[in-house]
Unconditional design. Structure first.
Length: 456
């Protein structure tokens, strides 16, 4: 027992020394970084408040010290958890049912990803990435050029408020989508302000909102939340919507809502299905490969993350939360719930690859997921062009999507005949299934901010 205490004490001293060193490093470098940020080719001011430099320095130093001093998991402990995770994955491979093989997995009260593709990113790599982000993503200084590249349209609120049986889709930026199905209006991952803890820190919205939440707040029936990151869950929007809507959220998030006076929430585990108010509208929570807990340093993975399937009598919508690409996962979702009328799939925040590939899909992975899902009638790219939190050019998600989609559709046309002759042919696990009888019946597009589209 004494030896164990001594080891812990020694480890704590090392963490204190490391934390103090990092805090001094932050105190010296943050003002330099802020100067470079302000002089870089960025069309908007990321740090607009006059006390931001002090706030950033103090926050970074305090977070560094807290992380190294109070983090309970040592490197060996992380290794032990990873060993348990891998054993759990190995045991599940013999299971046939997707809801058993890809059930949510929790180790020591924290959720982990039960996917072979997942790799934990070391904390220091994330810190270095954020400290080095000042290149600007190619955003033009000319406002008119930005208006042309990323237009903002006024949503068709008349159609949204009176959709009838139509499936409609309106993108408000990032993963905030307003969708209608079978007369119900569904809002996803509501963010109508900055994606940060307050108004003085964090990335600003690249383009203005198509319209304020107040313009349609009384018309929303359902809100689905994929996870608790700031660019997916806006506290001010939660308070405005309140208990007038039904919130569908992943496991562990209910207490966060209750503390803010919102009690009309339904927590869901992966593969759990519920019928909305005993109607024909079914909400299914399905797995994703991501993480949670950016609001404080000590809440990582305390809550679950997910995607959603919304099913009406004749139509289905797939709303994809943040996720890395796992072909077996998307095929399992497609096998269980396809065909989809509409799919909203993330295509941004994918660079640098070594840091982002397990967290977010780029356009090419998103197209693979589209095919794995059984080719929805229409897929729309989301989670791009709104908050610059990665290294790709701000238009790269749309440009790469268009180019790669054209290549795939050309391949589909060339190989459609082969599909009829050889139905047993299968693509490799790293490529989508390209053999379709009707290659023109499916599309993957992007829309302007606020553009309302309907799927007949």
């Amino acid at each position: 027992m004494t030896e164990r205490i001594k080891k812990i004490s020694g480890t704590t001293k090392k963490k204190l020394f490391a934390g103090s060193s990092l805090s001094l490093f932050c105190s010296y470098t943050m003002p330099q970084i802020l100067k470079r940020v302000k002089s870089s080719n960025i069309v908007y001011k990321i740090y607009s408040h006059h006390q931001t430099a002090v706030l950033v320095t103090v926050t970074a130093a305090a977070t560094a010290i807290a992380y190294y001093c109070y983090q309970k998991s040592s490197a060996q402990h992380h290794h032990d958890i990873e060993t348990i995770r891998q054993k759990g994955i190995s045991k599940r491979k013999a299971l046939k049912r997707p809801e058993e093989r890809y059930a949510s997995l929790r180790i020591e009260k924290r959720f982990v990803n039960p996917f072979d593709e997942w790799t934990e990113i070391p904390f220091y790599k994330t810190v270095l990435f954020w400290m080095g982000r000042w290149k600007g993503n190619g955003i033009p200084k000319c406002e008119q050029e930005l208006d042309k590249a990323l237009p903002v349209m006024k949503p068709n609120l008349d159609q949204i408020k009176n959709p009838g049986k139509l499936v409609t889709f309106t993108w408000f930026g990032q993963s905030t989508c307003l969708m209608t199905i079978d007369g119900l209006t569904i809002l996803s991952d509501p963010v109508f302000s900055k994606c940060s803890i307050n108004d003085y820190f964090g990335p600003k919205r690249l383009r203005p909102l198509p319209c304020p939440l107040e313009d349609f707040v009384n018309d929303v029936d359902i809100v689905v939340v994929s996870h608790d990151h700031f660019d997916h869950l806006d506290e001010s929007a939660v308070k405005k919507l309140g208990n007038s809507v039904v919130w569908y959220i992943p496991l562990g998030l209910k207490n966060w809502f209750v503390k803010r006076g919102v009690t009309n929430v339904i927590e869901l585990d992966w593969w759990q299905e519920v019928y909305h108010k005993n109607t024909e509208i079914m909400i299914a929570c399905v797995p994703a490969m991501h993480w949670s807990g950016s609001r404080t340093p000590f809440e990582k993975n305390n809550t679950l993350w997910c995607s959603y399937v919304i099913q009406a009598s004749n139509e289905k919508i797939f709303f994809c939360g943040d996720t890395g690409y796992s072909p077996e996962l998307f095929k399992a979702i497609g096998n269980l719930y396809a065909p989809f009328t509409l799919a909203a799939i993330p295509i941004g925040s994918f660079m640098p690859t070594q840091l982002m590939q397990h967290l977010h899909m780029g356009p090419e992975d998103a197209i693979k997921a589209h095919f794995d899902l059984g080719c929805p009638r229409l897929s729309v790219g989301i989670h791009w062009g709104t908050f610059m939190m990665s290294d790709e050019h701000y238009l790269a998600p749309r440009q790469v999507l268009d180019n790669v989609w054209e290549q795939y559709t050309n391949t589909l046309k060339d190989q459609s005949v082969k599909a009829e002759e050889d139905n047993d042919s299968t693509a490799s696990s790293s490529s989508p299934n390209l053999y379709l009888k009707e290659p023109i019946a499916t599309k993957f597009i992007t829309t302007a901010f606020g553009q309302t589209i309907s799927i007949d």
